[in-house]
Design a protein around this ligand. Structure first.
Ligand code: TXA
Ligand code: MG
Length: 356
């Protein structure tokens, strides 16, 4: 049985809060809203509880989980003290969509959380209901996105319900999430003699590279390659898995001239339709009227990429609901949050990209 608790106006009532927090402390697995996407949480110290996350999602066990905390004193219990550079990031971006990788203290978390690594990803979410729950539970909460593995991350409680009802103990419904894409995962390497410090972006997300560069003058910000060599161990283990794939095959069309991109999208759609396939296209408000397909999804506006991020995962789910076999997606500019949007679109398209 999966229990449902509903927050009203970003506030979980006292009974709902007490019950959901108790379930977490007692080893249950519970979905809750954050400002990025819904997380599927368990007490990060209890191996049996954390194992339920992997079972419910069907997640590979070599992919470590992010640990969510409500305050800095919890951080001090789990990880080595952050140096000046990381502290600056935490001051600027916490609570918020930034996950920092830090060396973990021995024996403070279940080894399942870190998948055997000597580091842990920590994040303080900027969502009143998440913070309420984390404070009331009083434990560090391991939480990946609350989707079944391979599906788009959930941005509403209904998405979680569709994927995981009956397989988890409860869902805290706090309405639609804000950012819509996961947190940015970063790892800082301190300077070593002559060699300067580097901030590695392991996964682009809610905090943009531009924001990180502006926050850290004099420090190199390096974006991890998304086209990883599958034989090498990736720095963020999650990067080697095909993620967010809609059930129909998706192809991304990218180019500098919008008319050419639109013409190519339409040609691909027409050919698929001629083959008898159910077609779908992911585009933006500005271009939706220019395209014909069985399912046309206008995902936000090119003039405001935050709206695209906000709606992206729900848009991908629409193609599954419509039973689309063939999907084309229009690329968006890669500035700001656009880098994270394009990262997710490339993954959803399994790197099938047409450049025009
Ligand atoms: O916004 C978010 O971050 C959401 C919400 C629920 O907080 N959580 C989330 O978790 O996206 P998940 O498990 O789906 O993604 C965790 C990412 C993976 O790419 C994983 O490989 C990486 O963080 N990661 C976790 N611990 C790591 C570590 N110690 N070293 C390197 N990468 C790590
Ligand atoms: Mg995920």
């Amino acid at each position: 049985m999966t229990k449902l608790w509903k927050a009203a106006m970003d506030n979980l009532g006292p009974e709902e809060l007490a019950e959901s927090a108790r379930m977490l402390r007692e080893g249950g697995v519970i979905a809750f809203p954050t400002e990025t996407v819904y997380g599927l949480g368990a007490d990060a110290r209890q191996t049996e509880a954390v194992n339920k996350i992997f079972l419910a999602k069907g997640r590979p066990s070599d992919n470590p989980l992010i640990v969510h905390i409500a305050n800095r004193s919890q951080m001090a219990e789990l990880a080595a003290p952050p140096d000046e550079t990381v502290s600056r990031l935490l001051d600027l971006f916490w609570p918020g969509p930034l996950t920092v990788i830090l060396p973990i203290k021995p024996d403070v978390l279940s080894p399942l959380v870190t998948a055997g690594l000597s580091t842990v990803g920590l994040r303080m979410p900027d969502h009143p209901v998440a913070l309420q729950l984390l404070k009331a539970a009083g434990c560090p909460v391991a939480a990946p996105s609350a989707n079944s593995s391979g599906r788009p991350s959930p941005t509403t409680a209904a998405h979680v319900y569709d994927d995981l009802a009956g397989r988890i103990d409860g869902i805290v419904d706090g309405g639609a999430t804000g950012v819509g894409l996961e947190s940015t995962v970063v790892e800082y390497t301190a300077p070593n003699g002559e060699v300067g410090g580097v901030l590695h972006i392991l996964r682009p997300g809610g905090v943009s590279a531009e924001q990180l560069i502006a926050a850290l003058p004099g420090i190199e910000v390096r974006e991890a390659s998304i086209l990883q060599d599958s034989s090498s161990a990736p720095r963020a283990p999650g990067m080697k898995y095909a993620h967010y794939a809609p059930r129909g095959a998706m192809t991304l069309v990218q180019g500098s001239a919008p008319e050419q991109v639109l013409a190519r999208l339409q040609r691909e759609l027409d050919q698929a339709r001629a083959r008898g396939e159910r077609t779908g296209v992911l585009t933006y408000r500005e271009h939706a009227d220019a395209l014909r397909a069985d399912t046309v999804v206008a995902c936000g506006s090119l003039g405001d990429l935050e709206t695209v991020a906000h709606g992206l995962y729900a848009a991908l789910r629409q193609f599954d609901e419509a039973g689309a076999d063939f999907i084309v997606a229009e690329a968006c500019p890669e500035a700001g949050i656009g880098a994270a949007i394009m990262n997710r679109l490339r993954k959803a398209a399994a790197n099938r990209i047409i450049y025009v």
